[in-house]
Design a protein around this ligand. Structure first.
Ligand code: NAP
Length: 269
């Protein structure tokens, strides 16, 4: 699908980080945007700062993606006001780390509700106008951790793997409808996703200066949409990890031990 001035696009988790970078890149191409996140002030400031779209004003649509009714009404409002929905990016997510036995049940539920159910509700709501129009594209922002989950991130990785499985099946289900789907697998990206618990981050996590740019990821995602690619990994090494894990989890463990140290794959079997 061509992404340009005629595109009506919706991005969840747009108030900062990857979603904000996607919004900026889309607006730079002239797209009209609907931006979703809980932080109303940040969304209002962002919509005001983005380049204007010829197709009409950008909309700040504050909502919690984990609450189905809120997402449904935000998506329906955008589709009605913009006249249609061409591109929907389910990006909103949260991360909590630590050994599974120490992870508070509330955080297990929070990640499940926002990362997994939030994706399902967003995609479900977006498909309605897209299927009715017989055109559109969905992007699901998973993670490299959805291809090979990491210790101390068992639940986070599970929510990201759920997104992967959902997107893989749905892309096939959508064959012949005019609607397509891409799953994005970011590696470590320089955002504030982990800021709330830097002290709990496992040793295998690098982040900091070694994290990749959200702008580079946003460009890679939009390029993948234009080419109708089934998946996009960024940086590219994340895709190699997925391939290695698919061929042999033991091989992926060995690669990770070499690249990230023993905490990335402590068990040898
Ligand atoms: N950064 C990385 O290294 C990395 C790597 C792989 C995958 N990812 C994935 O990329 C996505 C974006 O992460 P990021 O790095 O950009 O994190 P971020 O900077 O913390 O941004 C997360 C975004 O999600 C929104 N959000 C969180 N909970 C929400 C809720 N209940 N309803 C609506 N919006 C909600 C936040 O807005 P509000 O707080 O205003 O609601 C914010 O806009 C996530 O799915 C994450 O798992 C990130």
């Amino acid at each position: 699908m061509e992404v340009g001035s005629g595109t009506r696009a919706l991005v969840t988790g747009a108030s900062r980080g990857i979603g904000r970078a996607l919004a900026q890149r889309l607006a730079a191409r002239g797209a009209r945007l609907g931006l979703l996140a809980r932080s109303e002030t940040e969304l209002e400031q962002l919509t005001a700062a983005l380049p204007a779209a010829a197709a009409g004003p950008h909309l700040a649509l504050p909502c919690d993606v984990g609450v189905r009714e809120q997402v449904e009404s935000a998506v329906a409002r955008f589709a009605a006001e913009a006249g249609r929905l061409d591109l929907a990016i389910a990006n909103a997510g949260v991360a909590h780390y630590g050994p599974f036995g120490e992870l508070e049940p509330e955080l297990v539920e929070r990640m499940t509700r926002i990362n997994w159910l939030g994706t399902v509700w967003t995609v479900r709501a977006a498909l309605e106008p897209m299927l009715a129009a017989g055109r559109g594209h969905v992007v699901i922002v998973s993670s490299g951790a959805g291809q090979r989950a990491f210790p101390d991130a068992a639940v986070y990785g599970a929510t990201k793997a759920a997104q992967r499985a959902f997107g893989e099946a749905l892309r096939h289900e959508l064959a012949g409808t005019g609607v397509s789907l891409t799953v994005a697998y970011p590696g470590e990206i320089a955002t504030s996703l982990h800021d709330h618990e830097k002290a709990r981050m496992p040793a295998w996590y690098h982040g900091g200066d070694r994290a990749a740019s959200p702008d580079g990821l946003a460009d890679a995602v939009l390029d993948a949409v234009q080419r109708d690619r089934r998946a996009v990994a960024y940086p590219r090494a994340v895709g190699l990890l997925g391939i290695a894990h698919g061929v042999s989890p033991r091989l992926a463990d060995a690669v990770l031990r070499r690249l990230r140290g023993p905490t990335a794959a402590p068990r040898r079997d």
